[in-house]
Design a protein around this ligand. Structure first.
Ligand code: IMP
Length: 204
């Protein structure tokens, strides 16, 4: 089975990824802390973080890392690439306060994950980027016990008038529709389908 290394300090992300990879790819976890870059695009954060890790030479095998962000429409895309900082400072309650009085479409939000994959240790080869998004709304109050981070306040619309937060879904249910599930699904397709010699393009 092919092996790739996932560089992250977030155990929840590892659990999601391992479940998605199933028996297709062996995902090895490297618990290595790289600086949270404050750049204004998730793509740039993922790419530059991957370059930073590669330059340190701490991983000898093909590796990937990912950066995710929550983009709230009524807040002009805030917290976006600053989601980790904002979660730490004001948390879900803070986001709900910022949206007090906003209703319906005004509560729309997008979750985005950018996976940056480094197949080669050479800095000449740019990391490949794989992007996944999930559309939803910010709930009126937190719901659910599962997941992590913003999951209790992110309502995913499932059609037929039902919308559960990601925290109300099982890991498999969230994975099937989530930003991370979609981005990582693209990386998996790429790894499983494409011969190494023809791997060149980003799949965004
Ligand atoms: P990062 O990708 O770890 O920088 O994530 C930014 C922030 O978004 C952190 O506070 C994470 O906890 C949160 N986050 C990332 N992915 C998810 C998710 O799938 N659900 C809920 N929160 C998430």
């Amino acid at each position: 089975m092919k092996k790739i290394v996932f560089v992250t300090t977030n155990e929840n992300k590892v659990k999601e990824l391992r479940e998605l990879a199933g028996t297709k790819i062996n995902v090895e976890h490297l618990n290595y802390d790289y600086p949270e870059l404050q750049l204004d695009e998730t793509e740039a954060v993922a790419r530059e973080s991957a370059n930073w890790v590669r330059e340190r030479g701490v991983v000898k095998e093909p590796f990937f890392l990912e950066d995710s962000g929550l983009f709230v429409r009524a807040l002009n895309g805030f917290p976006g690439p600053f989601s980790a900082f904002v979660a730490e400072k004001i948390g879900n309650e803070g986001i709900l306060k910022l949206l007090a009085g906003k209703e319906g479409e005004e509560r729309r939000a997008t979750f985005k994950t950018v996976v940056a994959f480094c197949e080669s240790p050479s800095p000449e080869t740019a990391p490949l980027l794989f992007v996944g998004t999930a559309e939803g709304k910010i709930a009126e109050k937190p719901r659910g016990e599962g997941g992590f981070g913003y999951d209790p306040i992110f309502e995913f619309e499932e059609g037929a008038g039902t919308s559960r937060t990601f925290a109300e879904m099982s890991r498999a249910e969230k994975n099937a529709v989530s930003h991370r599930g979609r981005a990582f699904g693209k990386l998996l397709d790429y790894l499983v389908d494409v011969e190494p010699s023809s791997r060149t393009k980003n799949r965004t």
